[in-house]
Structures are given as C-alpha cells and as structure tokens.
Design a binder for this molecule. Structure first.
Ligand SMILES: Nc1ncnc2c1ncn2[C@@H]1O[C@H](COP(=O)(O)OP(=O)(O)OP(=O)(O)O)[C@@H](O)[C@H]1O
Length: 263
C-alpha cells in the first residue's frame, strides 16, 4: 500500500499540486488522468521518490518513502519514465538486465542467475529476436517495450508507469496493457499509470484519479468517474459516453468542433 498524504508541490514558486491525499491499495490498477500540464507526472515522481514534495509525505508500506535506502526502494517499486529509454549503444538484453541492479552486489553479480527472468520478460514483450540489437537501432515503440521488460525484471510490487503506451500502435497498446494487467493480477501488484487515452484507462483501471487545477477532481471506478460533464469541465471537450458492449465500461466518443478555446 502506498499513501499520498497532503502532497503539495511548488516548482519555481508555482503551485502544481495542492494537498493531494489518496491511498493506493495493494493489488489494484490505478489510472491517473487529467489534461496536459496538470501535474500527473509530478504526482508520479512524488510517489516514486524521484521528486520531493514541498509539503506532505508519501508512506510506502507504512514507512515514509525517504526512510528507504535506494536499492531497498528499487526492490519495492519500479518506474517506467515518460519517454521510456534513451537511445544508447547497449543491447536490448543488456538494458533489460539492468533492471536487476537492486539485487546485485558491487560487482554486478546476484545470488541467482537472472537469465531466465530476462528471457521471460523479453518474450513477454516480443523482443526475443531483437535482444542483441543496440537500443539506438530500435524504433520508439520497440524501445518502449524494452523499457517495460526492464521494469518487469525488477520484480517490484508497486509499478509506476508514466504514459506507457506512448509510441505504441493500437495492437501493441493492448498487448502491453494486457501483459501488465495479467502480471498485476497474477502477482497482486499495485499498478499506478498515467494515461492519456481515457478509453484505455476505462478498460484497464480499477480506479481512476482525475487531476484538475492542482487537486483531485474525482476518484473512483471508471463507471463512476467518467461522465460527459467531467470531460467538459476538466478537458474542455464535448464527448458522448457509451457503454462498451463487451466489458460494460464507459467509452468516450469525441465530438469534432466541441472543444473549448485553449487554456
Ligand atoms: N522542472 C520544471 N521546471 C518548471 N516547471 C516544471 C518542471 N517540471 C514540470 N513543470 C511544470 O509543472 C506542470 C506539471 O507538469 P507535469 O509534467 O507533472 O504535467 P503532466 O500532467 O504530466 O503533463 P502532460 O500530460 O503534458 O505530460 C507543468 O506546467 C510543467 O510545465
């Protein structure tokens, strides 16, 4: 369980987040949604410890986040950064193997051979054939899949994903989220993902948190949270909500010409 307690974040004296409080329960899939620049990545950075709140605190398994040593924290939580991995000369296999660093000693060795784990993650992400190719010679989507494979081998119980479907075509978007969901359910992981695609968010998340004007505008299951007036007030867009015929979750049909002037 991870708790955001009264988190406030100012950047260069500008208030980005104000008094955000939420408890993320173990074994659930959360989506953080909201318009561009509202503070979704900032909230994820506060939850991962990559940034410090101006006030408030994050509690992980009942202890303040900053009481964890770096490697200890990396065994508990893994992060997929926005934009994934930079192009680099390391091979896909080497980069995915780097996800094991929290378990390695000074010499880069660990007790058990991680090769099987790396093989499994490469296979799950459809990267087996590309494993010896340097990252700099992959497409954006392939690099994004490598980034997720690296997160998988980290074997953390809390997974923070910042726009994980960026660069992916619709086939790989579904494949990636299916993989994350199967893995989350099998191991009772907690997943917190920043998602822009509200339809994907409704399909995969148990709970949605809607950020608007520095705070939580709404939170709850997609069926309770996603409605036409929320889409209009938060995004300034006109939408029609329909019920997905197979899953029963809300899906959004956008209406051309229905946008408010840019904020
Ligand atoms: N290092 C920084 N210096 C100055 N402003 C920053 C910095 N990092 C973020 N911000 C500002 O903080 C606000 C929140 O940024 P954040 O990246 O959290 O938004 P977001 O909701 O994830 O946006 P997007 O959907 O566009 O990715 C933005 O207005 C951004 O310009």
């Amino acid at each position: 369980m991870i708790e955001a307690k009264h988190l406030t974040k100012r950047i260069h004296n500008r208030l980005i987040l104000s008094n955000v409080t939420h408890t993320f329960q173990t074994g659930r899939f959360y989506g953080i949604i909201g318009p561009n620049g509202v503070g979704k990545s900032t909230l994820l950075q506060l939850l991962s410890g990559a940034a410090k709140p101006t006030s408030g605190e994050v509690m992980l398994a009942g202890k303040p986040l900053d009481s964890y040593a770096a490697k200890q924290l990396a065994r508990k939580l893994a992060v997929l950064q926005q934009g994934g991995l930079p192009p680099a000369a390391f091979t896909v296999r080497e980069v995915v193997g780097m996800g094991r660093y929290p378990y390695q000693n000074w010499f880069g060795d660990e007790k058990n051979d991680p090769a099987v784990l790396v093989d499994r993650a490469l296979e799950a992400m459809g990267l087996t054939a590309l494993q010896n190719r340097p990252l700099e010679r992959l497409s954006g989507g392939e690099r994004q899949r490598a980034a997720l494979a690296k997160v998988m081998v980290q074997e953390a119980e809390l997974i923070l994903l910042d726009e994980p479907t960026t660069y992916l075509d619709i086939g790989y978007q579904i494949h990636l989220l299916d993989t994350v969901q199967a893995w989350q359910r099998e191991r009772e992981l907690t997943v917190i993902a920043v998602l822009h695609d509200l339809n994907l968010a409704a399909l995969y998340c148990d709970q949605l948190l809607v950020l608007h004007e520095g705070g939580l505008a709404a939170s709850g299951p997609p069926k309770e949270v996603l409605n036409e007036s929320l889409i209009r007030s938060v995004y300034g867009a006109s939408a029609t909500i329909v019920v997905h015929p197979a899953t029963g979750v809300p899906q959004i049909l956008l209406q051309p010409g229905g946008a408010a002037p840019l904020r």
